[in-house]
Design a protein around this ligand. Structure first.
Ligand SMILES: Cc1cc2nc3c(=O)[nH]c(=O)nc-3n(C[C@H](O)[C@H](O)[C@H](O)COP(=O)(O)OP(=O)(O)OC[C@H]3O[C@@H](n4cnc5c(N)ncnc54)[C@H](O)[C@@H]3O)c2cc1C
Length: 368
């Protein structure tokens, strides 16, 4: 009897866990190595669009995530010129799944449960290190020993140290955007609405994530948020949703500036890259996590369908590069528009807004 091939996945975030599950699904032995003390993570919420839900379905988790979160069926956009309501069902027409808002802690708990249930070996509190050895050979080590695997998958996030050594030309770039996120035990927007209001430099809004909780956010050019406490104080005055959230005990989960990775990095020296380690992008499209989940599923499928791992890695890039590059371009354009600070000159019409979103997302309905 021959042993199953073995994959070592570096990083226990959304990308790493889903990649490990996808490889387990094709019969590989999988190991997950995370530098944090555990897999559980806090965080506010995340929007998972239908393409992310379809990828979760591949690893048997769509139903559980749907049950933990809430369906978002309406996006309401507001600025000084008016309010438009966009039906997300119309935007994603033809998809088998809805858009779902879910708490990051709830999502990670489901992913961890699935990893444990699938018998995937997990090493936590273990930072993986990469270095160039003799003859510029890439050495990847954990706990002083090389990773014993047929394939290594780097899912170590936007600041990936593995990518830094293996593919330094895939560089981290500041986006120039700043954001803050809160989680509150209340449902000021109801359970199915995602809302965003732009005023001055900033856009603030929120969406329900299930369990009676709401994710609130504030974002804008980093140049407008050099004094964070002043920015937050002003935002509470300008955006009643945030003020009401804070009054209801909203917890500020995170604030900071964002980064992207460009060019994207798919595989180098036999190491595959997934998620933010490969292609971090602005959160404006709400697709970073969704594309990360797709990566693992597509990588495992490419390897399973190819005569060799090397061929599988090539196929993986072929399957992913265009789809991801397209979303990265869209998010780049959205960042440029947010940074320009130019207010809209005409009111946004519901029809035009729906068409814009359809054009952006419809290609993601196609299979991976
Ligand atoms: C404000 C904001 C809002 C967003 N909203 C959405 C949204 O609504 N929808 C959506 O789909 N996406 C969203 N995204 C994007 C999404 O959060 C990310 O794309 C996704 O979480 C990336 O997951 P990842 O597993 O690739 O990286 P990470 O979550 O960063 O995980 C990387 C893991 O690797 C570990 N690690 C790092 N280095 C090492 C090492 N050397 N050894 C071992 N372990 C290591 C880290 O500890 C971490 O656990 C948003 C992003 C931001 C910033």
């Amino acid at each position: 009897m021959t042993a199953s091939p073995r994959v070592s996945v570096i990083g226990g975030g959304i990308a790493g866990i889903t990649a490990a599950l996808a490889f387990r699904g094709i019969g590989w032995d999988a190991e997950l190595i995370e530098r944090r003390p555990g897999l559980q993570a806090g965080g506010a919420g995340i929007v998972l669009h239908p393409n992310a839900m379809a990828a979760l379905e591949h690893i048997g988790l769509a139903e559980a995530v749907l049950a933990a979160g809430t369906v978002l069926d309406e996006l309401v956009l507001e600025d000084d010129l008016g309010v438009v309501s966009i039906g997300l069902g119309a935007v994603w027409q033809g998809s088998c799944f809805p858009t779902v808002g879910v708490g990051r802690a709830a999502l990670m708990a489901l992913l961890e449960q699935a990893v444990r249930g699938a018998g995937i070996g997990v090493r936590t509190g273990v930072p993986v290190e990469a270095a160039l050895g003799a003859g510029s050979l890439l050495e990847v080590q954990a706990e002083g020993a090389p990773l014993a695997a047929d394939l290594v998958v780097a899912a170590d996030g936007v600041a990936s140290s593995i990518r830094g050594v293996a593919a330094p030309t895939c560089a981290v770039r500041p986006l120039g955007l700043w954001w803050a996120r809160w989680l509150v035990d209340a449902s000021p927007l109801g359970s199915h609405r995602w809302s965003a209001r732009t005023a001055g430099c900033f856009t603030a809004g929120g969406y329900a994530v299930g369990g009676g909780q709401t994710h609130l956010f504030l974002q804008g050019p980093a140049s407008c948020a050099t004094d964070v406490s002043g920015t937050l104080a002003q935002a509470y005055e300008e955006f009643p949703l945030l003020q009401d959230g804070v009054n209801a005990g909203a917890e500020l989960i995170h604030q900071g500036v964002g980064h992207s990775v460009w060019p994207h990095c798919w595989s180098v020296a036999g190491i595959a890259f997934v998620g933010d380690a490969s292609h971090a992008m602005s959160p404006t499209t709400s697709e970073g996590g969704g594309l990360a989940i797709e990566d693992g599923v597509a990588l495992a499928a490419s390897v399973a369908e190819s005569p060799s791992i090397a061929q599988g890695l090539q196929d993986y890039e072929g399957r992913r590069a265009q789809r991801v590059r397209r979303m990265a371009r869209v998010s780049e354009i959205q960042v440029r528009s947010a940074l320009s600070g130019k207010p809209r000159s005409r009111p946004l019409g519901a029809k035009a807004a729906t068409e814009y979103m359809r054009a952006m997302y419809q290609p993601l309905i196609e299979t991976l």
